[in-house]
Design a protein around this ligand. Structure first.
Ligand code: IPD
Ligand code: CA
Ligand code: CA
Length: 257
């Protein structure tokens, strides 16, 4: 199943690259800044067809389609293009994200950034890898020597304003905070040691499913902001190298979004 997920993510990545740099029109989804391109649609169609052909009984949750619920214990959770806004603006920070759960526990995860040909994957209890080389989170154990990454949702409501207050607070306590625009890669960059931590709210299952396992298998920690297990919904997520988890939780839990 891991090999199938890697091959499928790479196939979808090739479809994305055929369109990258050539997007001239797009649609809007939940808000005027929530974009949808032909690349999102074709990547997702490819992934769903591959799963239906190889695992016809499996349950599928994919961002751009209705749920295919076959009452199977196996559930695929798919973002065919994470980072659509970057993609539309020719910024090569985007990925295909494929997670596989068994009885609601993620057992296989693949995040593929085709523009850089970087494929991250993990298997439950099997470690995390980048293009076949094992990756690990950093050993940094203070917030003051950490670099963090975050993101913001498309809907600009009260939570959004509170999110900026948090951004300012954390900017003041760390070596900096970045906003790259592709949540699946934010997780992977924590896993490979570029960042010590990633927090965000208002995400969706397909943004977090694969990335969370990759961080855990690289030695990191993932949770909700109140320290309970990370919700499948992606409503509030914190992923760290584990050493700064407690310090970050103390700040994030002060005034829960
Ligand atoms: C988005 C990206 C972004 C995050 C948004 C997501 P999409 O996914 O992951 O980093 O801040 O909340 O919706 O729409 O490009 O698949
Ligand atoms: Ca996404
Ligand atoms: Ca997407």
């Amino acid at each position: 199943m891991l090999n199938f997920a890697i091959d499928t993510a790479k196939g979808a990545g090739s479809i994305l690259m055929e369109h990258f740099g050539h997007i001239s029109s797009y649609k809007h989804k939940s808000t005027p800044i929530d974009l949808l391109t032909i690349a999102d649609i074709q990547s997702e169609e490819f992934i769903i067809n591959e799963i239906k052909t190889t695992f016809p009984d499996h349950h599928i949750i994919a961002e751009e389609s209705a749920i295919i619920d076959n009452k199977s214990d196996y559930r695929w959770v798919i973002d065919p293009l994470d980072g659509t806004t970057n993609f539309v603006h020719n910024l090569p920070i985007f990925a295909v994200s494929i997670g596989l759960q068994y009885k609601e526990e993620t057992i296989v995860a693949v995040v593929y950034n085709p523009a850089a040909d970087k494929c991250f994957w993990a298997e439950k209890n099997g470690g995390a890898f980048l293009n076949g080389i094992a990756i690990q989170t950093t050993l940094t154990n203070t917030l003051s020597s950490s670099l963090l990454v975050t993101g913001f949702p498309y809907s600009h409501d009260d939570r959004w304003n509170k999110g900026f207050d948090l951004f300012k607070a954390l900017y003041g306590k760390t070596q900096g905070v970045r906003r790259l625009g592709a949540a699946a890669l934010d997780f992977c960059f924590v896993a490979m040691g570029r960042f010590e931590g990633f927090w965000e709210f208002g995400l969706q299952p397909w943004d977090v499913c694969a990335g969370a396992l990759i961080v855990q298998e690289a030695g990191g920690k993932v949770s909700d902001w109140d320290s309970s297990p990370m919700p499948f919904s992606g409503n509030r997520v914190l992923a760290t190298n584990s050493h700064i988890h407690k310090e970050l939780l103390e700040l994030l839990s002060e005034d829960l979004i």
